[in-house]
Structures are given as structure tokens and as C-alpha cells.
Design a protein around this ligand. Structure first.
Ligand SMILES: Nc1nc2c(ncn2[C@@H]2O[C@H](COP(=O)(O)OP(=O)(O)OP(=O)(O)O)[C@@H](O)[C@H]2O)c(=O)[nH]1
Ligand SMILES: [Mg+2]
Length: 335
């Protein structure tokens, strides 16, 4: 091979020598790797497992610049620790909350912004968008222009937050370019930094996402994965729950209400998932899974990373049964 060439879909270094290795392409004449070609043309997904060490190296190089950073977070799947990415980057940063389209329309954007502000993490600004539905993309571009410190603007965040989708939208809306970044519902689609020159004043730099090993998407089959990812506005489901009852979601997770007064549980999940309310003593399903007990306080969400959450109104004790590698945690109610 002579000079280095990188895939314009995912940023990987292209090579035509080893079909089993990252970046393989049948010919060095091609602009994209075989993995991207298959995702784009056949919707065939090939999972790549990335270590976060590589990701942190990339973040460090971003931290050494003085450039503006867009931190993309998925509103439906907010990370437990929003401060983590922030802690690596002293840069000016705009928090971009994506996938607004899947949260109920009845929720006010201001309410979501207030919630994030109450976490006390310093951001230059917060913008709520939907990259898919083209919501607030103009507003975001105005904010970028206002805060940018050079023509370079980095796009960072967890895997699957929609970084590449957002950049594709910006390319489509505001440039004559035809380049399209590869996007997919699976983790680790983008594999390296990719520079996209939008115009002479603005170059966007896509980065691979931080992999969340506690996310349920890492542990389910493709058919379930499709059901888990909400594609439309979520219709929250409310259940009046008494001690001794449980909710089972699609044989993935079980919530046993073991102690407390009559309570109200509202599920925020993809509409495609099946929910059952059962008497917990009569049903043993999923009890072989790993159990965690939560003492819920007033108005808290019990979050299952990647799946959604249960909003619990009153205090009570809940036993959660789920795959041991899937992270669950409690936060104050988002909605
Ligand atoms: N509902 C909804 N889905 C979105 C939106 N933006 C992106 N997605 C979906 O989210 C998934 C991940 O999108 P990507 O753009 O590949 O995410 P990424 O942040 O670039 O992911 P990595 O490259 O793996 O770090 C895809 O299935 C997208 O279709 C949005 O605004 N709304
Ligand atoms: Mg990407």
C-alpha cells in the first residue's frame, strides 16, 4: 500500500490485504470499507468491539485544542454520569440533547432543560434537537456560529447518541457536499475521527462514541434490539401497583413491588415492547436473573440502561431482575 486512505463512512484506515481485519475493502479505489458498504446497502450490521482506551485517547486530543465541542446525548437514554465526558474536556461545550421525537410531545422542552441544568454541569448552552426530524437544527447552527473559537467543531458523546446522524443532517441542510457518514442502531459505528468541511468557516469532526458496557443493546438479539429502539413518540403506560405485584417487560426485566403503599408506576419504553402485570408469588419467570433491590424515594425513575425507565411516584421497595451485565440506577424523575 502506498499513501494512507481512510473510509469516508466510519473513518477507519482502509486496507485491501486482510478481509478479517478492520478497514478491509476489496479495492483501494473505494472510498468506504466493506463494513460500511454492507451497512449502507444491505442494512447488514457487523458489531465491532471497541475498547474505551482508544476513545479516551481521541478525547484527549480534542481536549488539547481550544475548539468548541458539541456533546451529543440521547434524551431517551441519558447517561448516568453526564459529567464523565465533561471531565476530560476543558473546551467550550454545547450540550445537544438529541432524539426529542421519541419523548412525549406533552413534555415541555424547558422542563427538560431545567432538569439538566439542575445537575450543575457547566455547559455554554443546551439545545434540544431531533436529528431525524430536523427539529432545532437551525437553532443549533446559530449557536455553533456564536460559540465557535475556530473553524473546527468536535462532535463527541456516547455511542448511538446520533452524532453521525446530526452531522449528516448539517451536511444536507447547509452544504453542497454528498458525503454521508455511516449510521446504525448498533454501538461503535464510527471508528475514528472524520473531518467534514461544511464550508470555509466550519469543519465538523465526528468521533467514535464512548461505549457503555451496561447498555442492554450489548446483550440482546437483533430482533429484540429492533423493538427496544423507539422509532416513534413513546406512549407512557401507567399501572396502579400494589405490594405483591410485578411488571415484566418482554421477558427482559422484572420489577417486583415488594414493600410500600399502593403506588403508580409509569413505563417509558418503546411502544413495541410487551408489558405484563402479574402477581409476583404466582410467577417465577426471570427470577434466575441477577437481582438488585432499590429503595425508591418520592418521584424517582428506575432506569434500565438502553431500555427506558419506570417512573415511580411514591416511596417503596422494588426488586429488579435483569441480565447481570445490564446497568440499572435511580435518578429523580425526568418527566
Ligand atoms: N428517533 C431518533 N433516532 C435517532 C435520531 N438521531 C439518530 N437516531 C438513531 O440513533 C441510532 C444511532 O445513530 P448514529 O448517528 O449512528 O449514532 P452515533 O452517535 O454516530 O454512534 P457511534 O458512531 O456508534 O458513536 C441510529 O439508529 C439513528 O437512526 C433522532 O433524532 N431520533
Ligand atoms: Mg457515528
Amino acid at each position: 500500500m502506498s499513501s494512507k486512505k481512510y473510509c469516508i463512512g466510519c473513518g477507519v484506515l482502509l486496507q485491501d490485504e486482510n478481509v478479517l481485519q478492520e478497514g478491509y475493502t476489496t479495492s483501494m479505489e473505494n472510498d468506504i470499507c466493506q463494513r460500511c458498504f454492507r451497512m449502507k446497502n444491505y442494512g447488514e450490521y457487523q458489531v465491532v468491539t471497541k475498547s474505551n482506551d482508544e476513545y479516551l485517547e481521541i478525547l484527549k486530543t480534542v481536549g488539547q485544542t481550544k475548539d468548541l465541542v458539541l456533546y451529543i446525548a440521547d434524551l431517551f437514554n441519558l447517561e448516568k454520569d453526564m459529567n464523565e465526558v465533561r471531565s476530560y474536556l476543558p473546551n467550550k461545550m454545547i450540550l445537544v440533547l438529541n432524539k426529542r421525537d421519541v419523548l412525549p410531545k406533552s413534555v415541555k422542552d424547558e422542563k427538560l432543560t431545567e432538569y439538566i441544568k439542575s445537575l450543575g454541569i457547566p455547559f455554554e448552552d443546551i439545545v434540544i434537537i431531533s436529528a431525524n426530524k430536523n427539529y432545532n437544527i437551525d437553532l443549533l447552527l446559530r449557536k455553533i456560529k456564536f460559540y465557535q473559537t475556530s473553524k473546527n467543531v468536535y462532535v463527541v458523546g456516547h455511542t448511538n447518541a446520533g452524532k453521525s446522524t446530526l452531522i449528516n443532517k448539517l451536511i444536507k441542510n447547509y452544504s453542497d457536499q454528498t458525503q454521508e457518514l455511516t449510521i446504525s442502531p448498533l454501538p461503535s459505528t464510527t471508528l475514528n475521527k472524520i473531518h467534514i468541511v461544511l464550508n470555509e468557516y466550519l469543519t465538523l469532526i465526528d468521533t467514535p462514541g464512548l461505549v457503555d458496557h451496561g447498555n442492554i443493546v450489548n446483550y440482546v438479539e437483533t430482533d429484540i434490539l429492533k423493538k427496544i429502539n423507539p422509532k416513534k413518540e413513546i406512549k407512557p403506560k401507567t399501572y396502579q401497583i400494589k405490594k405483591g405485584q410485578c411488571l415484566i417487560v418482554q421477558d427482559l426485566v422484572r420489577f417486583d413491588y415488594v414493600e410500600g403503599e399502593k403506588n403508580s408506576f409509569t413505563l417509558y419504553l418503546s411502544n413495541d415492547l410487551k408489558v405484563e402485570r402479574l402477581n409476583l408469588e404466582k410467577h417465577d419467570r426471570l427470577k434466575e436473573l441477577s437481582k438488585t433491590t432499590y429503595e425508591m424515594k418520592y418521584r424517582e425513575d428506575l432506569v434500565v440502561n438502553g431500555l427506558g425507565w419506570v417512573k415511580v411516584v411514591d416511596p417503596g421497595t422494588i426488586d429488579v431482575y435483569i441480565n447481570k451485565d445490564v446497568e440499572t440506577f435511580v435518578r429523580k424523575s425526568l418527566i
